[in-house]
Design a protein around this ligand. Structure first.
Ligand code: NAP
Ligand code: ZN
Length: 368
């Protein structure tokens, strides 16, 4: 048995944790830049709570509220300018994965005046500013990962940067912020969380410790996907989703992702599919591929989901996800396969997929 486990983020999981533990903020500095999306954090109470905590602690702040879904490099550079002008001492990301990931890149750029290429090549020398993360979706787990995923137009795809100092110093997790999350985003993000735990469990970097968290998270999400409904999803179910997504984040912080994410990125970049939906569309066929080399692991995933076989697993995903009616042209298939082969995370699969395997996954996902 051997493992290397890292979760340096201090996690507060509680109703009103921002208010209860506001002293954590003043420990990080006197000036903060909040990085958030356009509207949701103003509606769900998360921004209001953070501002109240700032005033309680006497922290000066500014708000950058222009982060779009799948944040672009342009956006993070704009926010970083604001951080420098303010002389921010820490960055607070509030929202789904997009604002939290943007906050991480802003934390790097606030202390490093570097080009886009150097950012993506991780050529920064000064430590990023400390990061605080407040998730308002239950999916990415970015609040506990060292990854920031950015849309890189010159590479025509999404790419991630990773670094020890990109783990948020503090995560405030209050499920009330997810209470009014629209149903389709609830499902897409839950499926994203599921894909983290599934990939983390099957990846060759899985350990006994990450397995424990992955299986727990898969079984919570499996149960909830079967039982929760749009009309009566409760706060405690939302809380369980948030918990399961955090577990999935801790898992991929150890194991990284695999072919599901590698193939999901072109579907998001070129077809605009939300991240979790993109992963969900290729998940069953990817598991069929992964079962060729790791049948036992895939079997455990299926059982933890509460399904009898992969067929039932696929049908459950189909039932909860919005239908995707995409048929890729031959040229598109070639491009997506090439992008997937370039993604470094496919090396984490128990058997690295070859070109033919990725074509097969596209076909078996009904995308052809
Ligand atoms: P998102 O792109 O952050 O947000 C999607 C939408 O949900 C936005 O329109 C947002 O509105 C809205 N929203 C967020 N919270 C809400 C709430 N409480 N109530 C109502 N609406 C709300 O979605 P996401 O799925 O959480 O994040 C996806 C991104 O995370 C992708 O870029 C993906 O690649 C990345 N990701 C990162 C990691 C990691 O480890 N770092 C892992 C997986 C995925 P506003 O714009 O108004 O806020
Ligand atoms: Zn993901």
């Amino acid at each position: 048995m051997q493992f290397n486990f890292r979760c340096p983020t201090r996690i507060f999981f509680d109703e009103q944790c921002v208010q209860k533990y506001s002293s954590q903020l003043s420990a990080l500095g006197r000036k903060a830049l909040v990085v958030t999306g356009r509207t949701s954090s103003k509606r769900n109470g998360s921004l209001r709570d953070m501002i109240a905590a700032f005033s309680q602690e006497g922290i000066q702040y500014n708000v950058f509220d222009e982060v779009e879904e799948n944040p672009s490099l342009k956006t993070v550079y704009r926010a970083a300018n604001m951080a420098r002008k303010l002389e921010a001492e820490f960055i607070v990301g509030i929202g789904g994965g997009s604002p939290m990931d943007a906050a991480k890149a802003v934390a790097v750029l606030a202390t490093n005046n570097i080009s886009e290429q150097d950012l993506m090549d991780k050529k920064w020398t000064a430590d990023p500013l400390p990061i605080v993360a407040v998730p308002t979706t239950a999916g990415t787990g970015s609040e506990v990962t060292p990854y920031s995923i950015l849309t890189v137009d010159w590479a025509e795809t999404k790419k991630s940067i990773a670094g020890e100092k990109l783990f948020p110093a503090v995560a405030f997790m209050d499920a009330r912020y997810t209470r009014n999350l629209p149903w389709n985003i609830t499902i897409n993000t839950a499926v994203d969380a599921l894909s983290h735990s599934v990939e983390g469990f099957v990846n060759n970097r899985a350990t006994v410790f990450s397995d424990l968290l992955a299986l727990e998270s898969i079984s919570i999400i499996g149960r909830l996907l079967k039982t929760m409904t749009e009309d009566d999803i409760t706060l405690s179910q939302r809380e369980e989703l948030l918990y399961a997504s955090m577990l999935g984040g801790i898992v991929i912080a150890q194991t990284a992702t695999g072919v599901i994410h590698a193939l999901g990125y072109p579907l998001t970049y070129f077809k605009g599919l939300p991240h979790g939906l993109a992963n969900g569309v290729v998940m069953k066929a990817s598991l069929e591929f992964l079962a060729q080399s790791s049948p036992d692991r895939v079997e455990q995933v299926v059982k933890s989901m509460g399904c009898k076989d992969l067929e039932e697993f696929g049908n459950l995903l189909k039932k909860v996800l919005s239908p995707v009616d995409i048929k890729l042209t031959t040229r598109e298939q070639d491009l997506y396969v090439a992008k997937t082969l370039q993604a470094k995370n496919i090396a984490n699969c128990p058997k690295k997929p070859e070109e033919k395997d990725i074509y097969e996954i596209l076909k078996n996902s009904s995308l052809v």
